[in-house]
Write a protein that binds this ligand. Structure first.
Ligand SMILES: [Zn+2]
Length: 277
């Protein structure tokens, strides 16, 4: 760990006027959420899928809602239950404190579908969820029902031996057809992107507002595998940012000028950056 990088990051953190946050899968790992990278990590989290030989890219596919809705909801329901019972790690609260008590405007771009920024206390209008949200549903028949938020007391019962969800499965409030999460899956041509599109409009407005200020971009755990968050953070830095901190224990390198790389986890990085302020 380069102590000089921490000092640079602390300076950028204390002097900025606004912060743009990019969060990838690594942001959730410190809360104890499973890492789906690679077969072994995924199958460790889902032993019944290991037995069936189904990998993440294959399971995260909308065709299961037609072919085996109970398995589809077993998989997403398990994740939903897990996200509900997991508390966001302290790094989320360090950010929220800076936003609320430090009075520093913030906008969050996340590829995570766990709703953990909202759960921490960030507001809907300062978040863009580029892969959608597991906390919102859409109708599988596309009957015209707009995306709706899940009921907070929803708890799906799932058989741990075969990962099948118990019926009744979530359904559309308008037509009664099967509901599915409003998450962008693989080969997903039926994903309803309207909610994410609205969020994108807010994101663009926010950048426009703060592009001439001392804007700090901090990216957490956004890898090169699905690089949406990583590339967007680089674009925001190049077009509107003053400082860029990339936090990533494995892929912290950055080809751009004057960036700060912290090869560590999100929680530890936020603790280090915000210390002695
Ligand atoms: Zn419907």
């Amino acid at each position: 760990m380069n102590q000089q990088s921490i000092i640079h990051a602390q300076k950028a953190w204390s002097e900025c006027d606004a912060i743009f946050i990019g969060a990838g899968a690594g942001m959730g790992v410190d809360s104890g959420l499973p890492d789906f990278r690679g077969k072994s990590g995924f199958w460790k989290a889902y032993p019944p899928l290991a037995e069936m030989g189904i990998e993440f890219e294959e399971m995260a596919n909308p065709h299961w809602f037609l072919e085996n809705p109970r398995l589809a909801w077993g998989f997403y329901g398990h994740r939903f239950n897990l996200y509900q019972k997991t508390q966001p790690h302290n790094g989320f609260h360090v950010l929220l404190t800076k936003f609320k008590e430090g009075n520093i405007p913030m906008f969050v771009l996340t590829s995570n579908v766990d709703g953990h920024f909202q759960k921490t206390g960030f507001k809907e209008d300062q978040i863009m969820e580029c892969h959608g949200s597991l906390m919102h549903f859409q109708c599988i028949e596309e009957c015209g029902q707009p995306i709706w938020p899940i009921s907070p007391d929803l708890h799906l019962q799932i058989n741990p031996d075969n990962l099948l969800a118990k019926e009744p499965l979530p359904s559309c409030p308008q037509c009664g057809s099967l509901a599915r999460p409003n998450i962008l899956m693989f080969s997903d041509f039926a994903w309803d992107g309207t909610r994410t599109y609205d969020q994108k409009q807010k994101f663009e407005k926010w950048i426009e507002k703060f592009k001439n200020k001392n804007l700090l971009i901090i990216e957490f755990g956004a890898g090169t595998n699905i690089p949406t968050v990583r590339l967007t953070c680089e674009e925001v830095y190049q077009s509107a940012g003053n400082h860029f901190i990339r936090v990533n224990p494995r892929e912290s390198e950055c080809g751009l000028k004057n960036t700060i790389s912290l090869p560590m986890g999100a929680k530890d990085a936020l603790k280090a950056i915000s210390e002695n302020q």
